[in-house]
Design a protein around this ligand. Structure first.
Ligand code: DGT
Ligand code: CA
Ligand code: CA
Length: 574
């Protein structure tokens, strides 16, 4: 697999960070930073440019030396400079950069003045007040640093599920292609479809581990083999993600898959059931004394334990074991149940494709309908639609619908929910639409009472059908705005307003636990992609992952209804 531009940029940034920490010439540091931004913004993969004979030297601001270095990285090669810098700088010092308010220059200063080269030393200095001796650091920064350390900000960020998938699937295919491999799967939090993963866990059934180990540790994206034995290994990939591999005999495959899928809490609950019967459950199988009762498949293991097979998404010890024993597991919603997408952008605001193109793409995915939800005027930087332009879009949709059969484009809008809970378009304009999606895009910092009230007031307007990305969080980037989620979900249930599960991989909002709470409180959800380009319609399955983790069934989800059922539900709300 060629090295992605983002990975090249990451390495260039790392060089710049290390140089900066060392106190190197600022011009040299800046050259690496500029190169990182340039590579990031290139429309084509550097690897492809090199393959077609282009010279990176021709890019603005890139000299011979930098061009050669970028070339080495792009080909998956190793930069001696990076090794050299890493050996000169205390390991762990770059972790300091993850804390708010600490850039490379400050980190350099901290090391020079107080000898701080680790999180632990930084924490100690902050707690004893010595940090303030460093020029430019006051009590404010000190408090911020301590808060961030307590909140775990220094820990390696977890990898978003969609990004993990891009890494996991090619690696799995590589391993599954080994001669002698019967079965192979990615287990762990990845299989449970958690929104982020800490590491990947791969389980393989093979007669002998030797060849599998060779293929695994020899994979081109492996940066370091952390640990290796005859049937297990751990590697760190170039982008930092760790992968655990476990090879078992086919007779134990189900048990190993079950064990490494977890969660740990689910495993413990299952083991407890085994113990109650005088049996033993581990990653090799279910045993009575020395006798193997089950182990080849997960299904037979669950059956011997007196349980229905629990879908991986539910294995969190949140009531699923009890439900499986009583035959009361939910019939989770699937991609096949989804009849349409209710949050889609076009060139009308910040999308890349026309209404007709998005309709064709939705139709190609087997949907019966799709709602066009461009932005409202308040989103001025993306030319949100005013009533006049919205009217023109409605006409365009009507003309298109007249030509389509078996597929319907619904006229809608993603209207801004203003600070006081009013909507960014007059009711007369909203009334002309098939449905209205509303969202918060401003004033994220309101105090909880106000922010909660804002959403409840918005839902008081019976023209509002769905609240989009209801908590506003961006995974690994920004937390939710401060709302009383339970009050908002309850308010939605009382008013018959639906809440979105936004399927963009960096949003996933509502989150899994909120989905479950919404169901308990009786609120309906709409799983929508918020697609800004045709290919993004495929994000739908990431929204489904979280809905399934939230125990949702087709009846809980608005867009599993056929068009007539959807229209009826929307009418009831009005
Ligand atoms: P992650 O990697 O943090 O996203 O979460 P997981 O669930 O993938 O956790 P990981 O990679 O540490 O371990 C994979 C699975 O192995 C975990 O879900 C359950 C199982 N496992 C790991 N450690 C233990 C343990 O101490 N006891 C039991 N019963 N199972 C364990
Ligand atoms: Ca894991
Ligand atoms: Ca693991």
């Amino acid at each position: 697999m060629p090295v992605a531009n983002a990975e090249i940029a990451e390495q260039l940034d790392k060089i710049a960070d290390l140089l900066d920490i060392e106190g190197a010439n600022p011009f040299r540091v800046r050259a690496y930073r500029r190169a990182a931004r340039l590579v990031e913004g290139l429309p084509r993969a550097v690897a492809d440019m090199l393959a077609s004979g282009e010279d990176l030297d021709d890019l603005p601001g890139i000299g011979r030396d930098l061009a050669d270095k970028i070339g080495v990285i792009a080909k998956g090669g190793h930069l001696p400079l990076l090794d050299q810098l890493a050996s000169e700088v205390t390991p762990g010092i770059t972790e300091l950069l993850r804390l708010p308010g600490l850039g490379p220059k400050r980190v350099h200063l901290l090391q020079e003045t107080l000898g701080i080269d680790s999180i632990a030393k930084l924490e100690a200095a902050a707690k004893t007040g010595r940090l303030r001796e460093v020029p430019g650091i006051g009590p404010g920064t000190e408090a911020r640093v301590l808060r961030a350390i307590a909140a775990g900000a220094a820990a390696t960020p977890r990898t978003k599920l969609a990004a993990a998938e891009q890494i996991a699937l090619p690696l799995l295919a590589h391993i599954a292609g080994t001669p002698g491999v019967a079965l192979a799967e990615v287990a762990g939090s990845f299989r449970r479809r958690r929104e982020t993963v800490g590491d990947l866990d791969i389980v393989v059934a093979a007669a002998s581990g030797q060849e599998v180990m060779r293929r695994f540790t020899g994979y081109e994206n492996v940066a370091e083999v952390v640990e290796q034995g005859p049937t297990r290994a751990t590697v760190r990939l170039r982008n930092g993600l760790q992968v655990d591999l476990r090879v078992v005999a086919e007779a134990s495959y189900g048990a190993a898959l079950m064990y490494f899928t977890g969660s740990k809490a689910h495993n413990i609950a299952l083991r407890q059931l085994a113990v109650e019967r005088g049996w033993k459950l581990n990653e090799y199988g279910l045993f009575q004394g020395e006798k193997l009762l089950a182990g080849r498949t997960e299904a037979e293991l669950y059956r011997r334990l007196g349980l229905a097979t629990v879908p991986p998404e539910l294995r969190e010890d949140q009531g699923e074991v009890d439900a499986a024993r009583r035959g009361r597991l939910p019939h989770l919603v699937t991609l096949g149940d989804i009849r349409g997408d209710l949050h889609v952008h076009t060139t009308g605001s910040d999308g890349t494709a026309s209404v007709a193109e998005m309709a064709a793409a939705a139709r190609a995915r087997g949907y019966a309908y799709m709602a066009i939800t461009d932005h409202s005027p308040r989103m001025a930087m993306v030319h949100g639609l005013d009533p006049r332009r919205l009217g023109r879009q409605i006409d365009e949709i009507e003309r298109l619908n007249a030509k389509l059969s078996g597929f319907t484009v619904l006229a809608s809008i993603e209207v801004d929910i203003l600070e006081d809970g009013s909507l960014d378009l007059p009711d007369e304009a909203l009334r002309r639409l098939d449905l209205v999606v509303g969202a918060v895009h401003s004033r994220f910092n309101l105090p909880q009472a106000k922010q909660t009230e804002r959403l409840l007031r918005a839902m008081d307007n019976r023209l509002l059908s769905i609240v989009a990305h209801p908590t506003g969080r961006m995974i690994n980037e920004r937390p939710a705005y401060d709302i009383d989620v339970e009050r908002v979900l309850r308010g939605a249930a009382e008013r018959g307003c639906a809440l979105e599960v936004n399927a963009q991989p960096d949003r996933l909002d509502l989150a899994d636990t909120h989905c479950r709470l919404a169901k308990e409180l009786g609120a309906k959800v709409a799983i929508s992609t918020d697609a800004h380009a045709p290919a993004q319609l495929d994000f739908m399955r990431f929204g489904l992952d979280q809905a399934r983790r939230g125990w949702l069934e087709p009846a809980d989800v608005l867009n599993t209804r056929d068009l007539a059922g959807l229209r009826a539900a929307l009418r009831r709300r009005r």
